[in-house]
Structure formats: C-alpha cells, structure tokens
Design a protein around this ligand. Structure first.
Ligand SMILES: NCc1[nH]cc(CCC(=O)O)c1CC(=O)O
Length: 311
C-alpha cells in the first residue's frame, strides 16, 4: 500500500468535514494528485462532547482543537484543518499555522423565523447564543433582550430556534453557507453593527513547524490576503490574551493596494461599554498593526473587563 499524500485531521461535524474536504480539493488540484490520496481522519474533541455548559466554563479556547493538535503532534495526521475562529490564541509547542483558504463572508446573521429582524423582536425577547461576543453586542444594541446558552452544532441550533424554544439565534453566515443553510438567515449584520470574531469566515491549516514537506504543500494553496488578515487579528488577540470569557471582536481587510485595515473592540459582557480601535498600515506589517491595536485597547480597557468572565 502506498502512503497517503497527506493525512488531514478534522472534527467530524458537518461544518468541519466541509472545510476539510475543501482543503483536500484545493491540495489535490494544486499538486495534481487524486483526492483519494489525501486521507481525512475525523477526531472527536472535548468541545464535541460537553454540550450543556458555556465554553468559558471549560477553560476557554482550544476545546475544538486540542485532540486534533495532539494527533498532529503524535504524527497521526500531517495537517489539521480548523475554523480559524476556533484556533487558540497561543498554539501548542511545535505547531504553526501554514495557510488559509480564501475567506468567506465574515458577517453574523440573525435567525428569527417569526420576527425576522433585530428591530422587530419584541421587548424582552430571548436569544439563544453560546458566544459571549454576540451576547454582549446584542445587549449593546438592544439592552432589553435576554440571552441564554445555546450550544451544539449549527443544525441543532437552527432546530431549537425553529421549534420556538427561543425567538432568535445568531450564527456566522460562513458556516450557514457552507452547509447550504444560508436561506435561514433573516437579517445580515454589517460588520459596523456586529464586528465578527477574529478569524471568522476563514479556514486555517495547522502543521508541525518542523514538517517541511507539509509546509510546502500547504503554502502552495495559501490565500495570502486571508492569512495576513488573520495574522493581524490574532496578533491583537495575543496582546489582549483573548479567551472565550472576554468578548473581543476583530476584523482585518486586506486591500488590493497592499494596505491592511483592522478594526477591533472589547465589550463589557453586559454590553454596557465598548472600546473600539481602528488601525491600518502596509499588509506586510500585519503583525505589527495587530499588536499595536491590541496594546492601544489594553491601555484603555479596565483590567477587570479583560480578566473577569461574564456570569
Ligand atoms: N464555534 C463554532 C463555529 N466555528 C466556526 C463557525 C462558523 C464558520 C466560520 O466562522 O468560519 C462556527 C459556528 C458559528 O459561529 O456560527
């Protein structure tokens, strides 16, 4: 038996599998190998197992990546494919991000089958979301709304809102689109209204830093504009030590002129206060732009906001 061209580690959720297959297709085409030569290995993560508690209670980020990263470190897979949004701010030793697919739409959407828009939701309406960022931004826009924990994969969340358990939920348009479910969106929020999570809409590929072969193969499909935007967003997060507890948002846009614009914010979990930052520079300085934005926010946001989680 010949050994596979590459082994891809991924979660087994429909969204994760879509992403892994998209990476496989891009690799097969760039390297002119049969898709069958690229193996997809599904791995269960802790995030897939614990469904009844907020992610913040479970020690923050890494829940959807830990076991996949262990498989990567243990040489059981060669590359790991993740939603960039779920990749921890600080990677485990010996691992690195080597590339991204072209970014999809970064916007969040409302799914409110009965009321359709945020403005039309009745006073005190209940919104199901597992994201402290979305919960805080929603409350900033509509302080009367209630948010409750809603975990589970995209399909489960849709089912709960459609059965009337909640009046609405918020999801990333990118995930819905990948699953062919974008028609469920009843309102699309512009990024000015609801700044996305760092990495939202991007698919990132992680490798062992010392694996030159995998690196070369992944770099051949890297979408540079997306990777540079991700570098800026993640550099900002690294300064703020972003965790699931602290609502942080960030979005960088790479313009064809070669400039990179980054917007970021930190928001009090109850939505009562927001700290914004805008930064720009040459895309080649992506890391510097992100770090400076993070440091600017760090200087203005009360430390209690960054260290205390919402309860
Ligand atoms: N944490 C779950 C997760 N991770 C990535 C996406 C959507 C796809 C993306 O943003 O690339 C989602 C679901 C959601 O937030 O709606």
């Amino acid at each position: 038996m010949t050994s596979p061209f590459l082994r891809i580690g991924t979660r087994g959720s429909p969204l994760a599998l879509w992403q892994a297959r998209a990476v496989r297709a891009a690799l097969a085409s760039a390297h002119e190998v049969d898709e069958g030569a690229i193996e997809i290995v599904t791995i269960k993560t802790s995030g897939d197992q614990v469904k009844d508690r907020p992610l913040a209670d479970l020690g923050g980020k890494g829940l959807f990546t830990k076991e996949i990263e262990e498989a990567l470190q243990g040489n059981r897979v060669d590359i790991a494919v993740h939603s960039a949004k779920d990749v921890p701010t600080f990677l485990p030793d010996g691992l690195m991000l080597a590339g991204c697919l072209p970014r999809a739409d970064v916007r969040d959407v409302l799914i409110a089958p009965e009321y359709r828009t945020l403005a039309a939701l009745p006073e005190g309406a209940v919104i199901g979301t597992a994201s402290v960022r979305r919960s805080a931004l929603l409350k900033h826009l509509r302080p009367d709304l209630k948010t409750v924990l809603l975990r589970g994969n995209v399909e489960t969340r849709l089912r709960k809102v459609e059965s009337g358990e909640f009046q609405a939920t918020l999801l990333a348009l990118a995930g819905l689109t990948r699953l062919g479910l974008a028609s469920h969106a009843t309102e699309i929020f512009e990024t000015e209204t609801m700044l996305p999570a760092c990495g939202q809409g991007a698919v990132a590929i992680e490798i062992r830093a010392d694996d030159e072969t995998a690196r070369g193969r992944v770099e051949a499909i890297d979408h540079r504009e997306t990777s540079l935007a991700l570098v800026a967003e993640r550099a900002m997060l690294a300064v703020l030590d972003g965790s699931c507890k602290t609502p942080i948002a960030g979005h960088a846009v790479h313009y064809t002129s070669g400039s990179l614009h980054l917007r970021g914010l930190v928001i009090a979990p109850d939505g009562s206060e927001v700290w914004n930052i805008k930064a720009e520079g040459a895309a080649s300085d992506a890391e510097k732009i992100g770090r400076a934005a993070g440091e600017d926010l760090l200087g203005r946001v009360p430390s209690g906001i960054l260290t205390e989680g919402p309860r």
